[in-house]
Design a protein around this ligand. Structure first.
Ligand code: ASP
Length: 298
């Protein structure tokens, strides 16, 4: 089987000044994951490596540099899903996990449940060797400054360099046919403490099914949940007349028609063919082309 990898760094009104950084981040994520896939490695390792690069990059809203909630804290959500078993590992409301995707993976591989939140999720992650951090270590200077401006004035996208979203995601297929999707986010800026969006919810922020494909969504979570966007996009891959691009576009169109909201998604169909769509001004994404070259765009 030909391996395949696609990543995204969020669909939002990415300002001109952040375009190069978003594109470079997607490229580094592809490099990290592709190296593993090329050497015959496991899709889950490739996916995790790609997402960690994006989580560690403060230009994206996941892990370090996530948006702060109203209380000025980072609260992260993440999910990993296995297309073969339809099993997911999902975590929400994390303050102390350096790379939330690692906690999601621990739930996927070692937990009898599929979703853990808050203290229980952190305790489980710690018990399973996931690196922890001080909550302050997840706060970037830029997001702290944005939060202070929102607090002094009122919440506004302009205070966040024009962006309100920047969730990250990836879908990976390895040469043995192992197939996983993942999404990781700090959620929306100035969210109420305890708010959970679409990202860690199976079928909304992420879905993977070996009969259809793997999907990671981004955009306004409260709207994406209404149309269960990731599962919907995967189902749009079912008709034989469908293509990855058409399925992605149809799901984003549904989001627009039914909720008037904006967002985007990336996907791989069950054979590893990439597709993406967004109705935001921009989306940061990248995938490995059939000739093994990296395509990245914002
Ligand atoms: N979907 C995420 C959320 O609502 C935000 C994003 O995609 O950037 O939490």
């Amino acid at each position: 089987m030909r391996p395949s990898l696609i990543v995204h760094g969020g669909a939002w009104d990415i300002p001109d000044g952040a375009v190069a950084a978003c594109q470079a981040g997607c490229r580094r994520a592809l490099q990290a994951g592709w190296e593993i896939l090329l050497s015959g490695g496991h899709a889950l390792d490739a996916l995790e490596a790609a997402i960690i690069v994006l989580e560690d990059d403060p230009v994206f809203d996941a892990g370090y540099g996530s948006h702060l909630n109203l209380d000025g804290q980072v609260e992260c959500d993440a999910i990993v899903m296995d297309a073969a078993t339809l099993r997911a590992g999902s975590v929400a409301g994390l303050h102390r996990v350096k790379n939330p995707v690692r906690a999601a993976r621990a739930v996927l591989e070692k937990c009898p449940h599929m979703m853990l939140i808050s203290d229980g999720a952190e305790r489980f992650a710690q018990e399973h060797g996931v690196p922890m951090c001080d909550p302050a270590d997840l706060i970037s200077p830029a997001e702290k400054e944005a939060w202070l401006r929102c607090r002094a004035d009122s919440h506004a996208a302009e205070h966040h360099r024009g962006h309100e979203q920047g969730t990250v995601g990836a879908v990976a297929l390895d040469e043995s046919g192992r197939f996983f999707a993942a999404t990781s986010t700090g959620g929306t800026c100035c969210k109420l403490p305890g708010r959970v969006g679409d990202s860690p919810l199976i079928g909304c922020g992420c879905y993977a099914d070996g009969e259809t494909g793997g999907v990671s969504s981004t955009g306004y979570g409260e709207a994406i949940m209404k149309v269960v966007m990731a599962k919907t996009a995967a189902d749009f891959l079912r008709p034989s007349s469908s293509t990855p691009t058409r399925a992605a576009q149809a799901a984003v169109q549904l989001l627009a028609n039914r909720t008037k909201a904006t967002g985007g998604l990336i996907l791989l169909d069950k054979n590893g063919n990439p597709g993406f769509a967004f109705n935001t001004p921009r989306m940061a994404y990248g995938f490995v082309n059939a000739d093994a070259s990296f395509i990245t765009a914002v």
